[in-house]
Design a protein around this ligand. Structure first.
Ligand code: AP5
Ligand code: ZN
Length: 208
């Protein structure tokens, strides 16, 4: 299946995508991870304000469309089924995506702002596996893993607030866009991860 997963920063897109790729054997295409592994690539020839993605990301701003569109275009060309996470984030990107591929379903993980802030400030990443943890909701069992966990550069309180503002301004219209297209499926993302997963899985099975 060709799945889009939408949601605010901290809504659980990465957490649910990890389950989706196992269950449905699809590629995980994620602009956030792709940009994080290329934070210092030179994008100055794309006529951008800053020379690398880092400046945008660490301030919670969107990386310019041309950079992100190229990443997604290349990844989609190599994927059969996929779950696309972190893209599109504005209407221009949504229109670009329409020219690149069809979608079976667009899932929207709906979570309150208070919960988002709590999730983002407590999130920890395993730099070796990329696995996502939370100090309270999902701590690792292995003390060796716990030892090496890191916080993402953009999970500071100040940057989190800016990311949520950017989401409201740029990405909320994208949710309406897919609603109008008739492919949007809302999932209550406020529940525990396994309960969210039950809904996500059933919704994909219905759509595919
Ligand atoms: P990106 O990496 O896409 O970040 P984001 O959208 O801010 O989303 P997050 O990864 O923070 O959250 P998530 O929904 O994946 O939540 P997670 O599963 O980790 O983008 C980062 C930056 O890159 C952007 O700011 C921008 O600069 C740039 N960028 C990326 N894409 C771009 C684009 N298309 N255009 C331009 N710029 C772009 O979960 C969060 C936490 O909650 C974890 O600790 C987890 O354990 C916990 N958790 C998850 N689910 C639950 C649950 N159900 N209950 C309790 N806890 C839970
Ligand atoms: Zn993520």
């Amino acid at each position: 299946p060709r799945i889009l997963i939408l949601g605010a920063p901290g809504a659980g897109k990465g957490t649910q995508s990890a389950k989706i790729i196992e269950e449905f054997d699809v590629d995980h295409i994620t602009t956030g991870d792709a940009l994080r592994s290329n934070k210092d690539m030179d994008i100055s020839d794309m006529d951008t304000e800053y020379d690398t993605p880092r400046e945008y990301m660490d301030q919670g701003e969107l990386v310019p469309d041309a950079v992100v569109n190229a990443i997604v275009d290349e990844a989609l060309n190599q994927a059969d089924g996929f779950v696309l996470d972190g893209y599109p984030r504005n209407l221009e990107q949504a229109e670009e995506l329409q020219d690149m591929t069809d979608l079976d379903v667009a899932l929207y993980l709906d979570v309150s702002e208070e919960e988002l802030i709590h999730r983002l400030t407590g999130r920890r990443m395993d730099p070796e596996t990329g696995d996502i943890y939370h100090v309270e909701y999902n701590p690792p069992e292995d003390p060796e893993v716990e030892e090496r966990l890191e916080q993402r550069d953009d999970d500071t309180e100040e940057t989190v607030k800016e990311r949520l503002r950017v989401f409201r301004e740029n990405t909320e219209p994208v949710i309406e866009y897919y609603e109008d297209e008739g492919v949007l499926e809302r999932v209550d993302g406020e529940q525990a991860p396994d309960e969210v997963w039950e809904e996500v899985k059933a919704t994909i099975e219905d759509a595919a």
